[in-house]
Design a binder for this molecule. Sequence first.
Ligand SMILES: Cc1ncc(COP(=O)(O)O)c(C=O)c1O
Length: 492
Amino acid sequence: MDVLFSVDPAAPGPLHRRLYDSVRTAILTGRLRSGDRLPATRALATQLSLSRATVSAAYDQLRAEGYLRGHHGSGTYVAPDLPEETLQSGMLPEAPRAERHVPLSAWGKRIAADEYGALLRSTNDGDLPFDFRPHRVAAERFPWDDWSGAVHRALARSPDRFLAYPPSAGYPPLLDAVAAHVARYRAVSCEPDQVVMVSGTQQGLNLLATLVLDRGDRVAVEDPGYPAARLALEAHGLCIEHVPIDRDGMRVDVLAEHTPQRLVHVTPSHQHPTGATMSLSRRLALLDLAERTGCIIFEDDYDSEFRYEGRPIESLQGLDRSGLVVYAGTFSKSILPGLRMGYLVLPRPLVTPFVTAKSLWDSGTPMLEQAALAEFLHSGDFERHIRRMRRLYQNRRDALLGVLAIFGERVQVGEHQGGLNLLLTVRAPISDIELAARAAVRGIALRPASPYYLHPPEYPTFLLGFGGVREEQIVEGMVRLRAILDELPGSQ
Ligand SMILES: Cc1ncc(COP(=O)(O)O)c(C=O)c1O
């Protein structure tokens, strides 16, 4: 047969790979057909001025991948069972790929259509100099030396551990450290065997919903509330009740009018996004309601390490006497969100099924990160880091509160006793989305708060993050924002 392939001497890569490509292309474009015989290795080697070993290596690889059949001596053929029509229609990698519509599941459609889903997708987009998006931590102040020390110590202890799958509940020394931490700082009542490590609160909530709720079950969320929790629960096909928030947190009296609920998602220590703290009487009323109705309380305690005034509020879980509170903590604010490390403290009967769910979901949380985190906690580095960050964030918050005075009566500032964000309402004749778009043009990233509300607030409102913005940038960013407001017709 005519030689259909060649080896370009100037092309990069090993010779056998170039010959392999040439033969494969001939088959995929239909120039060689099923059953065609290929030249013997010796003959082809002579024709192409290659060594026989080079030709054999190319043939062996093509045989291993199913393009060729036959053996040295008995002849080498193109595999007899290749579908010719498919090959004629162009199988080469460089051939254009069709963008076929792939139908989404009901769950997929729900998350794709959600307004907040779009915001989540853009979370890491952009790199604006004045980044007031919420939940940003001061990544530039992270103690990398302490962290790499923790990683090294973790590796030195017994590297063999990292070769196996992690224990599904988590790395035992980390479970011990987390249990001690939440008992001491959050008055959570638990033993290490009730702690399960998860890839952030978000995974904990999704897994719990999968485990204890069925489609159509009724669940309650705060309004305004954390859209990622609401969206996750909605996507599970649950019926959502939006319970209003006031200065004392969730209106448990309103919730009581809409019982029974199977689960309620709450942020009692620092309501997200208003910053309210749930009063003791509401906490007791909520626990009482749960006890009467069997409703599970998902206590999302996402940032209580950072409280700047008064004593940190103790957890709801610590007051629970009926075993219905699932306490969720995270290292996303106290260390870094990219670590993807959180934990649940579960009522005992839920531990075993939850651990099974976790292992089926992702076969465990990455081991090296867990071991390093355990070292970071046990060494005291974590506590030192929290203390430093608390001071830093307090200074940033104070800088923000100070510069907000330049807006005078035009803004209203929400609760700001803790956390890394505050709600800012601007009395201006413009929507929050439009104002955020104008701000972005001037280098200011703002997070519109309307997706956090069932009914958008009357005036544009933003969840303003100060954690990841240096003090000078805070001041400059707000001065720029004021200039934008000054340009709006009728805003003075
Ligand atoms: C209310 C609330 N819960 C939890 C989290 C943290 O979630 P994760 O641990 O999945 O990063 C956040 C962070 O933004 C939050 O605002």
